[in-house]
Design a protein around this ligand. Structure first.
Ligand code: FCA
Length: 330
């Protein structure tokens, strides 16, 4: 049978196109820099970035960058290895201008994930491509969940203190905690019983625990507590501090954000006062940002400047099924 000539030419062109795409994909290297590589949240972002790399055939270079110096060194190393772009959750949002200046000099494209860069004027750097959470809305949902639990348990509001684990250096965290406070107040929580516990330095369980202990020393006469915070670690620190003060499990309700760093807590045989958490979409943050960078580098397709993701409540009763549905566990 004679193979039509045009078909043959078309097949050859198609094969050539595929080979070029594959060669290009294999050559494409994308950096993924995170501020706290030990946090399960960031490990999951990396896991999903790896998945995108596998699907598209590019290479992800994962680097933990807990401070500014490490970020700048990592950028040099990325350039040296032939990478042309990277995704970053910066250790300090104020590094934004320095990162962008160096990226320009090194010919690297940038997508900021989770923590949005802040310019010298203290405002968000809106010209830098960003993917993050709808922080205020998720904060509102935390406040709503806490108040629903207070009502379900029939607590008298006059006995309750609202401990808010704050970290105002980071706008996304400030939006989350302010969102929780505004919603609780809108649902009737007395504004005078909201107490902020500012976390010093990094957001980690021990630093959060210290901040909560300082607050509990001051308000030792409060009988019942509700707790919100910027992420799971902040809230878990408060839960540990409450336990240390002898507050009974049934006298405190704590709700986190991330839904990833609290899993050992939800798996404990006996419930603690950590009621649940808002599970964020690590898939969107890890897979989507890498995919966006890949398409930007290889097809010139610029990602949207501002993409926001949502959260979903997980509790001891629901977390296993939801994590499975979200593709986080098998
Ligand atoms: C910030 C927090 C992380 C995570 C992320 C989406 O970077 O530090 O724990 O909540 O936003």
């Amino acid at each position: 049978m004679k193979f039509p000539r045009t078909k043959l030419v078309l097949s050859l062109v198609a094969a050539l196109f595929c080979m070029t795409m594959l060669a290009q994909a294999a050559d494409t290297k994308i950096g993924f820099l995170v501020k706290q590589p030990e946090e399960p949240w960031f490990q999951l972002e990396w896991k999903f970035a790896d998945m995108a790399a596998k699907d598209y055939g590019f290479e992800v270079i994962k680097i933990g960058t807990p401070d500014g110096e490490k970020v700048l060194t990592a950028m040099d190393n990325l350039s040296a290895s032939g990478a042309k772009g990277f995704v970053i959750c910066t250790p300090d949002v104020k590094l934004g201008p320095a990162i962008m200046a160096k990226a320009k000099a090194n010919n690297l494209l940038v997508i900021a994930v989770d923590d949005r860069f802040v310019g010298p004027d203290g405002k968000d750097m809106e010209s830098v491509h960003y993917l993050g959470i709808s922080a205020r809305k998720i904060g509102n949902a935390v406040g709503e969940t806490l108040m629903q639990q207070v009502k379900a348990r029939g607590w008298d509001l006059k006995d309750v203190g609202f401990m808010v684990m704050t970290f105002d250096e980071l706008p996304t965290i400030q939006d989350r905690t302010e969102g929780a406070i505004e919603q609780a107040i809108a649902m009737g929580f007395p504004a005078g019983q909201v107490y902020k516990a500012p976390i010093q330095a990094r957001m980690e369980i021990p630093t959060a625990m210290d901040a909560a202990n300082t607050l509990l020393t001051r308000y030792g006469n409060v009988k019942k507590w509700i707790v919100a915070g910027g992420n799971d670690s902040c809230v878990l620190g408060a839960v540990r501090a409450l336990e240390g003060r002898g507050i009974r499990v049934e006298d405190a309700i704590a709700v986190g954000i991330n839904g990833t760093d609290c899993l050992p807590e939800l798996e404990k045989a006996n419930p603690t006062s950590f009621y649940g958490s808002f599970l964020l979409s690590a898939r969107e943050h890890g897979y989507k940002t890498s995919e966006m960078m890949y398409q930007w580098l290889t097809q010139g397709k610029q990602p949207p400047l501002d993409t926001r993701t949502i959260g979903k409540l997980i509790t001891r009763d629901t977390f296993r099924q939801i994590l499975k549905d979200e593709g986080i566990t098998e």
